[in-house]
Design a protein around this ligand. Structure first.
Ligand SMILES: [Zn+2]
Length: 359
């Protein structure tokens, strides 16, 4: 009896609350001539929002939600771990460090410019379904990065450049305009990339502590290969005569590379391929190339060569026989079967191409 009276009181209270809430809404609708249209439109928004919530719930449920690798219970962990990497450079490093414990997937196909890449609905599914995700960060994956940062709140998503911001921020190249933007092309300075490889091992170990020793051991082996490559690059690029030590590409991807091997850089665009190319910059570059008698400029595998071809034509019109010195792997690796299929191969190809064209 007492229970039914309490229930009755609760219902009454709920009625008052509903009335109080609905009164202003009703007023808003019924004083408006177009209330039917607005009502239909609002119903549609509510329906779409509900559908989205349902989809997110189903995705979380299907992928294991916040506990994709059975974090709390190692016996539930399934191998190999599905590791999704944005770029080929990161995928190669994770493959080397992860060994048989990981299955690496690459989100951006070879030859695709990460600055301009727009994530598709399928990409979102792939991110949600992965056990671990690695991306570059520092705005390399311009449109993808906000999505990855959001995911990092509830699943293991790591920006490999975070370790550089943490341990050696002074080594990161800032943009000259005091905007706080940092150069994301860190894989092109092998000393920095070696630190990122350490971080990849650290991250994999945090997700899968049972194999921490194997991850660290394999990271050391890969780092030894990177050190050898660095030595090779130093010896090859040292041979370029002083007056020809100028590396010209379309966008500013080779700043770290040039710093390491004592070259100067000149580009038509800034740190991102999103930047506009203006005629003033182009004319200044042509003047400098003519004055310094620089023999070659370089196109990039993921950027249109058209602007650099205009620079070559401009130099030739002024009597300087500038040539395209070859293609460099800047922001992505090459197709299977090409010299740039692996990161080590792509880097070596870049060194050889530059050394040959500028000698
Ligand atoms: Zn770039």
């Amino acid at each position: 009896m007492r229970q039914s009276r309490s229930l009755h009181l609760l219902r009454k209270l709920a009625g008052y609350v509903l009335f109080a809430l609905s009164a202003p809404i009703a007023k808003e609708y019924f004083v408006d001539i177009g209330f039917v249209d607005r009502f239909v439109r609002d119903c549609r928004s509510v329906f779409l929002a509900a559908a989205r919530v349902l989809i997110v719930f189903l995705v979380l449920h299907a992928s294991g939600g916040c506990n994709p690798v059975g974090k709390g219970d190692p016996s539930q962990r399934r191998y190999p771990l599905r590791v999704l990497c944005t770029t080929g450079m990161i995928a190669d490093a994770v493959r080397a460090v992860g060994g048989p414990q990981v299955e690496v997937e690459q989100l951006l196909p070879p030859g695709v410019d990460p600055h301009l890449y727009r994530p598709s609905a399928r990409d979102k599914w792939r991110i949600n379904a992965a056990d671990v995700v690695f991306f570059n960060g520092l705005r390399l994956e311009g449109r993808l990065e906000p999505l990855l940062v959001r995911r990092s709140r509830w699943m293991p998503v790591f920006a490999v450049t975070d370790v550089l911001r943490r341990d050696c921020p002074e080594r990161l190249r800032p943009l000259d305009d005091n905007s706080g933007i940092l150069d994301p092309h860190v894989w092109l300075e092998l000393e920095l990339w070696i630190r990122c490889v350490d971080f990849i091992a650290e991250c994999l170990a945090s997700v899968d502590p049972a194999h921490a020793a194997s991850y660290r051991q394999r990271a050391q082996l890969y780092q030894a290969e990177l050190r050898q490559l660095d030595e090779y690059a130093r010896s090859r690029l040292r041979a370029i005569p002083e007056e020809r030590r100028m590396l010209v590409t379309t966008h500013d991807a080779f700043g770290y590379f040039a710093r390491r091997y004592g070259l100067s850089v000149a580009t038509l665009q800034g740190l991102s391929t999103v930047d506009e190319i203006d005629l003033v910059t182009m004319n200044l570059l042509i003047e400098e190339l003519v004055a310094r008698r620089v023999p070659a400029v370089f196109v990039e595998n993921s950027v249109s060569p058209r602007a650099l071809e205009a620079v070559v034509a401009g130099c030739r019109a002024r009597g300087h026989q500038l040539k395209i010195g070859g293609m460099l792997y800047a922001d992505c690796l090459g197709l299977p079967g090409s010299p740039g299929e692996t990161f080590l191969g792509a880097f070596r190809h870049n060194v050889d191409t530059i050394a040959e064209a500028l000698r």
